[in-house]
Design a protein around this ligand. Sequence first.
Ligand code: SF4
Length: 425
Amino acid sequence: MRQDTALPQAQQRHRTSAREALEAGPGPHSPGFPPVRSLYIHIPFCFHKCHYCDFYSLVDTRDRQEPFTDRLIRELTALSPWAGRAPLETIFVGGGTPSLLRAEHWARLLDALARLFDLSTIRAGRGEFTVECNPETVTPELMDLLRKGGVDRVSIGAQSFQPGHLKTLERWHDPANVARALDLARTAGIPRQSIDLIFAIPGQTPEDWRRDLSAALDLGTEHLSCYSLTYEPGTAMTARLRRGEFTPAEEETELQMHEVALNLLRSRGLDRYEVSNFARPGAECRHNLAYWRQRDWLAAGPSASAHVAGHRWKNFPRLDDYLSHSDDGFAPITDHELPDAVRAVSERMMTGLRLREGLSSPSLLRDAEAARAGSSARLQAAAMRLAGEGTLHIDGPVWSLTDRGILLADAITVDLMAALDGPGR
Ligand code: SF4
């Protein structure tokens, strides 16, 4: 379960509190202050650590849920002026396993959100309020509570419907409970659902993957996130790989799985709107679109990443630090960055090209030229070359990756960044 905001490294600044980072941009009392319309909340508790996971999470001992919720509400109180009086458009609660938070704490958190923020756009069905759920923890009471609190979308971490592959990942849930969780959400009146799946699991065949995709589609989901298994440093999966306990999927097999997903999902009405995300028209994740379109968002909870007025940072990823630094409500942070003009253009290319809608080249080329003289012509030449190679689609002012280009997205972004940087750098 992830906050999907990966960006290249930029120069780091030395601010240690979210208050300092926020106050480095225009504050809520500045003229022309643009209210922040999105909020990410990180709930760090899980049953146990899945072997592939490098997200910040810790095994829930239940005794820390209450102080955590108290602390989270203090942080939300401190952050709320940055939303101004404008309605929030999207909230995403990820983790960790947010559905592991006990109902009494969810009730307090939802009350606080309603008190601190204007949720009228979300309640009118024009925004989005997503909560990530583990299939084992979904109950009628929790779904009812979430719905009444304004939640209109759940994202269910299925990962696979085949027990053998779940075992390889060290995921502990019964695949049958995915259907049950979706039913309970629908019965409670939560109208939108998404399922997360993982592919390129050791031992998984393209046919296994097709069966997982079909199982998810047969449950009526309108949105699927499909992530290929990655071996992150420090995870148990990577240690097992190094010990030779399994053979990772071949590149050729992974490519076949991409093809299987694209063909099957398109044939069932879900198109790829982002590198790893498929949806029926209108069912796209609005919160994640805000990330990829480089809008601003606030963030609460340990390890949550924020982006406000060009500044970005990450709450320090340790619950003990989060709980103990609470004087003014703001969280201790790390990795505070304010990208320079060249880096900002690079990031626009990186995030814009993840999306099927692509990016608008006139403003990109203008900003690139302002950031580095001569880069506009180099970028245009690189784009023409990529189009000739069949990886970039140029449709008037819009540049977007082709299906083949999506498989090479990282290399293409590096290519365009090199054109932006120019010779001798
Ligand atoms: S449930 Fe999600 S966040 Fe928790 S350990 Fe597993 S993958 Fe990581």
